[in-house]
Design a protein around this ligand. Sequence first.
Ligand SMILES: Nc1ncnc2c1ncn2[C@@H]1O[C@H](COP(=O)(O)OP(=O)(O)OP(=O)(O)O)[C@@H](O)[C@H]1O
Length: 223
Amino acid sequence: MAQVLLTDIAKRFKDKTIFEHIDLTVAKGRTIAVKGRSGSGKSTLLNIIAGLEKPTSGEYFLDGEDMSQLNLNRLSEIRKHKIGYISQHSPVIPKLTALENIMVPFWFEKKRENSKIIQKQVERLGRLFEIHHLLNDRVEKLSGGEIQRVGIIRALIKDPELIVADEPTGALDDETALKILACLDELKVNGVSVIIATHSGMVAEKCDERYQLTNQGLIKEVQ
Ligand SMILES: Nc1ncnc2c1ncn2[C@@H]1O[C@H](COP(=O)(O)OP(=O)(O)OP(=O)(O)O)[C@@H](O)[C@H]1O
């Protein structure tokens, strides 16, 4: 079953059409790059996929659930537990440590999750993204690349099945960007899919599938 299924999606702001005729099928465990000129609507499309914005028309099914039919509670559940959202500059709280920032998604939990499991997860992701030795440092002391990794771990802490990443490596040097991509790629073995908006040919090259976003649809690039 397709994890993400977009059919004839369009987005308009007032009388301005950003894009239309967007079709996309993403199977579990795939990495997808969405390229396109500035202003083509990459962030808007990713926001729709992340459940943060609604399309003007068209259908969006995530794991078989019609995203347009969900009530606010279910949508919020899905956003919290199924989807990990990463942006170019992850918003962090500078005075808190890396670990405290990573734990923010648990702040508003009514039911506390098992802290041993969370601890293991933090350790595993800290090692994977090579910031385990910085977890108790205040974020204000970390470099941009390290802060970005804190934001990524925070997005992954609840084991999402789908990662939506808007220019996740846009502010990083190539070496750090490649490391982060390699880490995201490792998540595929557990069936996690990653959808990345990027301007970078290097980033797109590392993905399984590449699409160009135009105002007339998503055009798949052939290998
Ligand atoms: N809430 C909004 N109201 C009106 N117009 C909007 C809104 N959000 C986005 N837009 C417009 O939609 C278009 C697409 O914006 P978007 O940020 O999705 O593009 P993008 O491809 O991600 O751009 P970039 O590569 O520069 O980040 C832009 O023209 C933008 O001004």
